[in-house]
Design a protein around this ligand. Structure first.
Ligand code: PNS
Length: 165
């Protein structure tokens, strides 16, 4: 049984994340999306809301499971008996941070392997942070997030002309 964990904040899920989930799912028997309970980062959506959005948006991708975790990723991986971490890399600028995390996770547990996957080129500039910023400022992000996420953004943030209202 090949089990992968795809960890992240997913605040909120973007079409770039979804693209990685679809690609990753083809390689593994079980694909666990692991949502970090990062209350310290003051996320826009609670962990339950972020999990619910991932669940709604992946309901058509069999084999995908949605989990949450706090503390060390390697500790969570042990609890689900997984040894592969999947992370998406958009541009070379992501690489340094991802390399540090991958090597730290390997230091903490030498059994853990990190696999980097590339999203479709149309998503290489998409990040949750930019989605929130652009939406807040009235930009249209409808092409960049799944419909349930757009709906939740509209419910959570003031809707301004232009941002998909
Ligand atoms: O979507 P993000 O915010 O880039 O995801 C970062 C994440 C959740 C993968 C990373 O912050 C993480 O694994 N946090 C858990 C704490 C941990 O294990 N830290 C040590 C490894 S660097």
């Amino acid at each position: 049984m090949r089990i992968a964990v795809y960890p992240g904040s997913f605040d909120p899920l973007t079409n770039g994340h979804l693209d990685i989930i679809r690609r990753g799912m083809r390689l593994f028997d079980r694909f666990l999306v692991a949502v970090l309970e990062n209350e310290g980062k003051s996320p826009l959506f609670t962990v339950a809301e972020r999990m619910d959005l991932v669940r709604k948006c992946t309901s058509d991708i069999p084999g995908t499971e949605v989990h949450s975790f706090s503390g060390l990723l390697v500790d969570f991986m042990r609890t689900v008996d997984a040894s592969v971490v999947v992370r998406g890399i958009r541009a070379i600028s992501d690489y340094e941070y991802e390399l540090q995390m991958a090597l730290m996770n390997r230091e903490l547990n030498s059994e853990v392997e990190t696999i980097f996957m590339l999203p479709g080129v149309e998503y290489t500039y998409v990040s949750s942070r930019l989605i929130k910023e652009v939406f807040r400022l009235g930009g249209d992000v409808a092409r960049l997030v799944p419909p349930p996420v757009l709906k939740s953004l509209k419910a959570r943030l003031p809707v301004t002309a232009g941002n998909g209202a």
